[in-house]
Design a protein around this ligand. Structure first.
Ligand SMILES: Nc1ncnc2c1ncn2[C@@H]1O[C@H](COP(=O)(O)OP(=O)(O)OP(=O)(O)O)[C@@H](O)[C@H]1O
Ligand SMILES: [Mg+2]
Length: 240
């Protein structure tokens, strides 16, 4: 996926300001930056929630800048929402089946596919529960399961490890790595730097809507501008 000079304005505010970057097929890319730096807005533009004010997004050689979220899903793009958005009045399994119908045209097949995803994320014991009754950590996993249900080629994860304990975080990290090994391209927004450092091939850093760095994690972690804007002088990979 190639993002070329993408800007998204809200009134006078450039939430995303002239961002250009490439997400190599089959890679894991980290997207970091301070609160309000435009990370979620960039996801919203990429995934079709918002149209860009300017700029172009190319996927598999096609200009997808102005396609609807639905069309992008059909093309193999899925995303999770920072604030989880399950359907609260249907079960966890049914939530995942909403997505799995896209490529499984019978009830039975979409149910089997959805069950497989729940097992993979180790939340199959919650299949019949309603999301609203579940703790945040499980809701986050349901959010990932819903995204996986559409069999994406490119997956955008918006702080899916927020609110998870270290063990749950490691589980999700392992899942992300596994999905990537199977060929999925993954972009991860995450404040826990330990996670980004562990899995990202490249890291993109936003600050006030602008891209201030894009490089391998080790280089980004030593970039003075990134340290000043986000990581802080006290930064150590282990404790952020
Ligand atoms: N729909 C909207 N209307 C107006 N302003 C918006 C809208 N969505 C986002 N913004 C503004 O755009 C800027 C970037 O917000 P965004 O949510 O993309 O940041 P973020 O990097 O995801 O932050 P966080 O780490 O807190 O999730 C903020 O100033 C925010 O208030
Ligand atoms: Mg955000």
């Amino acid at each position: 996926m190639t993002i070329d000079k993408v800007t998204k304005e809200f009134g006078g505010l450039k939430a995303v300001n002239d961002v250009s970057c490439t997400v190599k097929e089959g890679s894991i890319v980290g997207l970091i930056g301070p609160n309000g730096s435009g990370k979620t807005t960039l996801f919203n533009v990429i995934s079709g929630v918002y149209k860009p004010t300017a700029g172009t997004i190319m996927l598999d050689g096609k200009d997808i800048s102005y396609l609807s979220a639905h069309k992008k899903t059909m093309m193999g793009m899925a995303r999770t929402f920072q604030v989880v958005k399950p359907f609260n009045n249907i079960s966890v399994l049914e939530n995942v089946m909403v997505g799995s119908y896209l490529h499984n045209h019978s009830h039975h097949r979409s149910e089997e596919f959805a069950k497989g995803i729940l097992e993979r994320l180790e939340i199959d014991q919650f299949a019949d529960e309603y999301p609203k009754n579940l703790p945040l950590a499980i809701k986050k996993k349901v959010e990932i399961a819903r995204a996986l249900a559409t069999s994406p080629k490119i997956l955008l994860l918006d702080e899916v490890m927020g609110g998870l304990n270290p063990q749950e975080t490691d589980q999700v990290l392992q899942t992300i790595v596994k999905l990537n090994e199977e060929g999925m391209t993954i972009v991860v927004i995450e404040h826990k730097m330990r996670c980004i450092m562990a899995i990202a091939e490249k890291v993109i850093v936003l600050d006030s809507g602008k891209m201030i760095a894009m490089d391998v994690p080790e280089v980004v972690a030593k970039n003075p501008e990134v340290i000043k804007a986000y990581l802080g002088d006290e930064y150590h990979a282990e404790d952020k």
